[in-house]
Ligand binder design. Structure first.
Ligand SMILES: CC(C)(COP(=O)(O)OP(=O)(O)OC[C@H]1O[C@@H](n2cnc3c(N)ncnc32)[C@H](O)[C@@H]1OP(=O)(O)O)[C@@H](O)C(=O)NCCC(=O)NCCS
Length: 268
């Protein structure tokens, strides 16, 4: 499918991001980030770019200028692809556009947050883009609607170091297929629900460990919300414990129908 990516330039472009949010997230009106915030972001060193299929908006990326002390980076608040165009390469293309845009302005880091139970996003963030996460935010946003309804709004904080070898390799070459996990995950599924074995998380020797997550949290939420919530609480503890041990999440691995985060000891 042919698409082009351009920075937002007009009022219509900014308004199109509102419609895309409703299509991608099914947000309630009051949760939609208004077009005025998109316009402000562009005027304060941020990025708003849209993907177009002909004259149809297909997706957008929205990043804010971020700074702390002397450090400057971009915090990417939103990435969305209209359901009609998901799975067609628009999402990674928007992110690579964002990388080029940031590097041209001397920005070497882009950060964002995402729900670790959304495994499609994890595959994109880690496998395709080469980002990593070493920080867990518990209930970052409070109650949400649409795609995020029903579970506490926990998030992984993703760091995309734009000139990191993992990122450069993916920007210039083929994206590796999801790796097969080696061995058993730290958390094992017992019967119907997750069963965390904390003692297995307290084995700091392994350089690489795995954490299992549900394959399709959306379907689980529809059929068994209590089980989905149990997975949220369980993976919250598992990620927090692993990060406190010095691990970072670097990949999403799959074996048959099961899905695992791959965590590795951060370089010291
Ligand atoms: C997240 C989003 C931008 C991704 O766009 P997309 O077009 O669906 O993504 P892509 O198809 O390019 O990439 C997703 C990858 O995950 C894989 N994937 C799909 N479902 C998966 C699942 N349940 N588990 C693991 N991987 C999965 C895809 O196969 C693809 O990898 P591949 O190309 O190696 O096969 C889009 O789904 C969206 O707008 N979602 C709603 C808004 C959102 O969550 N935004 C991001 C948080 S701010």
């Amino acid at each position: 499918m042919e698409f082009t990516i351009r920075e937002a330039a007009t009022l219509e472009d900014a308004l199109a991001t509102e419609e895309l949010q409703i299509a991608a997230w099914n947000f309630s009106d009051r949760e939609v980030v208004p077009h005025s915030s998109m316009i402000v972001a562009r005027h304060t060193g941020g990025l708003v770019a849209l993907a177009w299929v002909g004259d149809r908006p297909a997706g957008f990326v929205y990043g804010l200028a971020a700074c702390e002390g002397d450090r400057r980076w971009q915090h990417s608040h939103m990435l969305a692809v209209h359901p009609d165009f998901q799975g067609t390469g628009v999402a990674p293309a928007l992110k690579w556009f964002q990388r080029d845009w940031a590097r041209k302005r001397g920005v070497g880091l882009v950060t964002w947050t995402f729900d670790p139970l959304l495994t499609k996003n994890a595959r994109l963030n880690f496998g395709k883009l080469g980002a990593y996460a070493d920080t867990y935010y518990q209930d970052f946003y409070g109650v949400r609607t649409g795609l995020y309804a029903g579970l506490p709004a926990d998030r992984l904080y993703v760091k995309w170091e734009l000139d990191h070898p993992r990122v450069v390799a993916r920007a210039t070459g083929a994206v590796p297929p999801p790796p097969e996990p080696e061995g058993e995950p730290l958390n094992v599924t017992a019967g119907e629900g997750p069963d965390l074995r904390p003692e297995r998380l307290l084995e700091p020797k392994a350089e690489r460990v795995y954490l299992e997550v549900p394959r399709d949290i959306e379907a689980m939420k529809r059929h068994d919300l209590a089980l989905a919530r149990a997975w949220r609480l369980h993976t919250r503890e598992a990620f927090k414990t692993a990060f406190a041990q010095g691990y970072r999440a670097v990949e999403l691995a799959r074996r048959g129908p099961r899905v695992y985060y791959q965590l590795e000891k951060a370089p010291r």
